[in-house]
Design a protein around this ligand. Sequence first.
Ligand code: AMP
Ligand code: MG
Length: 351
Amino acid sequence: MQTRVIQLDRERPDSSAIVEAADVLRRGGLVAFATETVYGLGAIATEPRAVRRIFEAKGRPSFNPLIVHVDGMDRARECSLGWDELASELATRFWPGPLSLILPRSRRIPDEVTAGRPTVAVRMPATPVALALIGQLGAPLAAPSANRSNRISPTRAEHVLADLDHRVDLILDTGPTSLGLESTVLDLTTVPPRILRPGPLMAPEIEAAIRGLRLAEGPSRQGHEGTFPDATAPAASPGMLPVHYAPTTPAYRIGPGDDPHGIVWPDRSALLIVGELAGVRWPREVPRIVLAEPTVAARELYATLHDLDARGLQAIFVAMPPLGLEWAAIRDRLHRATRPLVEQLPLDVEE
Ligand code: AMP
Ligand code: MG
């Protein structure tokens, strides 16, 4: 299959390209497009065969469900059952935006989308291109991140092409995404609701928006406290698998408990400092990149990892961000992209 790339204006995507993309989707094809979080790999959510192609293109395990993208609350209601007052309030406040809501699914949404689960994740993305496409189709779009499974998520069209060339029919290139991290996933099927995946929208903001709403302690809170579910624990949400979003170059995280002076730096290594680790004297000869501020770090994180991964390095070291809540989603993704430093030391000493 030939992959076509069409460049479009981010604010006013050309309508003939949207019509063309909708045709590709109606014929059961795959179209990658930007949302404000990352690029998504879209198929019509109500077409099981098209949705199966997403799993094939990504090499995604069939147990990992997809987020359904809608262009408003009415379509979200069609995809779910039990859309209630709370769902309406959250959507009114945060949509379009980086909040995916888990609800019981309606009959319109096939097993392929939800991996056989009785629930569905729905979200309204903010980009004109995504909304135009869904509107043109008059149907919801199932769209996971447009990368091969377990690779780094794409925040630019070039990342999609590098990973999925010949596996996706069309890429709509509207430039880099604005937020850079996957959406916050909020489970509304439990009382109280629980954050299954930390993202750009944080628990206090969600709680503050709805009077009396208290969220259950979930993975995001664990991230806040600096602890993470262990590798053997069953995943609360499939996207919370311990290894995910990883570069192919061995990547090691340097946490607060690690002694950076004990690191054995291979000749070709690089250091990514996320947040500022005060008081550490890093070796001057090791190339370093600093992402000091949370919003910028979120936006640049995946592009930085893509770049580092393309340099043919022996190792990437990541100085982990501090424990503040504003870093929780980034810490979560970095935990899944890296191994603990202790795994590096004995392995590379001989080199
Ligand atoms: P991605 O679109 O690649 O960022 O992945 C979507 C993620 O959304 C999955 O990995 C899950 O964590 C989450 N998700 C989607 N649907 C459900 C669901 N029905 N129940 C729980 N989590 C879900
Ligand atoms: Mg993904």
